[in-house]
Structure formats: C-alpha cells, structure tokens
Design a protein around this ligand. Structure first.
Ligand code: HXC
Length: 265
C-alpha cells in the first residue's frame, strides 16, 4: 500500500489506498453517515482526479463503510444555502468532475446509498452491493429533487416508470430489488462486499488501459447519442484502439496461446 499523499490533497473524511493497480477512495465521516458536505465532495473529486492522472492506477473503487455508503448531500450544510449560493456552489461542479474521470469507477455499496449517495453510485461505471445495501432518492421528502444525476442516470438505468416511482415516492430499494432492476452488477455477502468490488476492479485493472478507457467512453456515448451517432463514435474509438501496441500484443498473445503483457501503449 502506497502512502495516500501520493494521490494529492485530501483529508480524513476521504481515505485513499492503493492496492496494486486499483485505487480505493473510502468515504469516512461515519458520525454524519458519510453525508457529502462541500468539503467531502471537494476532497473526493481531488482524489479521483489524482487517481485518474496516475498511469499506475487502472481502476478505482469508491466505497463507504459497512453501515453506510453515503446518506446524501449534507442537509445541515444545505438548509441555509440561499438560491443565489446554490447557483454558484462548488458542490455543483462535483458531478461533472466525477463524470470526467476516464479511469473506470466501481462503486462498492454497503448500507445506505441515499440522495447524492445513490447518485454517486450511479455516476460510477459499475456497482457492487452488499446484501445490506439500500438505495433511494428521498429528496422529495425534503422538498427538493435529485440534483446530481438522480433523475437522468436513474431513468436511463432502471427505466422511466421505476425511476419515476423512486423519485416521486422516495421509496428505498434493497440490494436484491436493485439487482432485479439492473441497477447493481452483483450482490455480495455483508462481509465480502469490498473484496468483491476490489476483485471486479482488479479484473478491469489487468485489461489494457487505453482500451479500457476507450471502452468506457464508448459505452457512455450510448447514453448521450442516438444510435447512428453512437455507432459512428464507437467506430472511431475502435479505430483508435486498433492503433495501440497493446492490441497487437493482445492479438499476438491469443495466436501464440500465451497470456498478454499489456504496457499501456
Ligand atoms: C447531514 C446527516 C445526513 C445528511 C444523516 N445525518 N444523514 N447529516 N446530512 N444527509 C446525520 C444525522 O443528522 C445525525 O446527526 C447523524 O448523521 C446520524 O443520523 P441518524 O439519522 O441518527 O442515523 P440512522 O438512524 O442510522 O439513520 C440513517 C439514515 C438517516 C437512514 C441514513 O440518517 C437519513 O435518512 N438521512 C437522510 C437521508 C436523506 O434524506 N438524503 C438526501 C439528502 S438530500 P446528529 O447530529 O443528530 O448525530 C440530497 C440532495 C442531493 O442528497 C442533491 C445533489 C447534490
């Protein structure tokens, strides 16, 4: 494990670890149920950007603790925010910064992932959930609506009817229902959720890094573009992948019946 200082400024509310080629960002504010205060958001965004800029990091896991992934934006910090302040809040910049990460992100969710916590999981590329996980968008009960992608990403992932129900009622769903909805990739035991997420991230981390970043971009383009534009975009990214040394190595290794040695070139 490398010292966390290697990955830039961060405080004790977000812990950084490096396990091989996987970066681990852990929310650590249990007394406030990992509520995403502006400080936590800034710290997490800086850490994700530092991981993203490090060529030795091939995949990142975003996790909370056993009891809670994140209980949402910090309601105490938000309550007295004026309309004018909300317009210029640095918290608004947090979401595009997470979305701009080219390195694949795996959310490891145990316990509550509510409001902005649920949106943070949705902003990741895959979700591994503990059997204890509970997801929800309770904003409606506070008189607001999701503001970090919880209407847009959720509707794309689970479909309009289900998203509408969750956003309008604030109902929470457990890990098994989330699995049925296609919202999470896998459900793990309550003592194994983090290891399982690190395992998935470890598999991605062994894949050639240029191709994984191109693949992430290509799949995300499916949410943005119509089919023809999306297919065009995919084709261009595919052609870039064809220009890498790693793909020559990958194909040669297959033909020579040996494991590939990817160099990120
Ligand atoms: C600030 C929070 C908080 C939050 C919990 N706490 N969630 N503080 N913001 N989102 C604080 C509590 O006030 C309390 O502080 C301490 O953490 C423990 O919380 P409890 O409620 O006593 O814990 P528990 O009974 O275990 O219940 C856990 C919980 C519940 C189910 C997660 O705390 C809860 O419902 N939290 C709010 C969930 C929510 O509405 N999220 C949406 C936020 S709005 P004290 O000082 O009393 O010890 C949002 C908008 C996003 O996310 C918009 C885009 C950015």
């Amino acid at each position: 494990m490398e010292p966390p200082e290697a990955h830039g400024a961060h405080g004790s509310t977000v812990l950084a670890e490096v396990r091989g080629a996987v970066g681990l960002a852990r929310l650590n504010r249990p007394e406030a149920r990992n509520a995403l205060s502006p400080e936590v958001m800034e710290t997490l965004a800086q850490l994700l950007e530092a991981f993203d800029a490090d060529p030795a990091i091939r995949c990142v896991v975003v996790a909370g603790g056993d009891e809670v992934f994140a209980a949402g934006a910090d309601i105490k910090a938000m309550r007295d925010r004026s309309f004018q302040e909300a317009l210029v809040s640095p918290a608004a910049r947090f979401w595009p910064r997470v979305a701009a990460c080219r390195t694949p992100l795996v959310a490891a969710v145990s316990g509550y992932a509510l409001g902005a916590g649920c949106e943070l999981a949705l902003a990741c590329d895959m979700i591994v959930a503990s059997e204890t996980a509970e997801f929800g968008q309770p904003e409606i009960m506070l008189g607001i609506i999701p503001g970090g992608g919880g209407t847009q990403r959720l509707a794309r992932v689970v479909g309009k009817q289900r998203a509408m129900e969750l956003v309008l009622t604030g109902r929470r769903i457990g890990a098994q229902e989330a699995l049925r909805f296609g919202f999470v990739n896998q459900v793990a035991g309550k003592r194994e959720w983090l290891e399982k997420a690190l395992e998935v991230a470890g598999v991605v981390a062994r894949r050639p890094p240029i191709a994984t970043r191109l693949a992430k971009q290509a799949v995300l383009a499916a949410e943005e573009a119509g089919l023809t534009a999306g297919l065009d975009h995919e084709r261009r990214l595919f052609e870039i992948a064809m220009a890498t040394e790693d793909r020559v190595e990958g194909m040669t290794a297959f033909i020579e019946k040996r494991p590939p040695e990817f160099r990120g070139r």
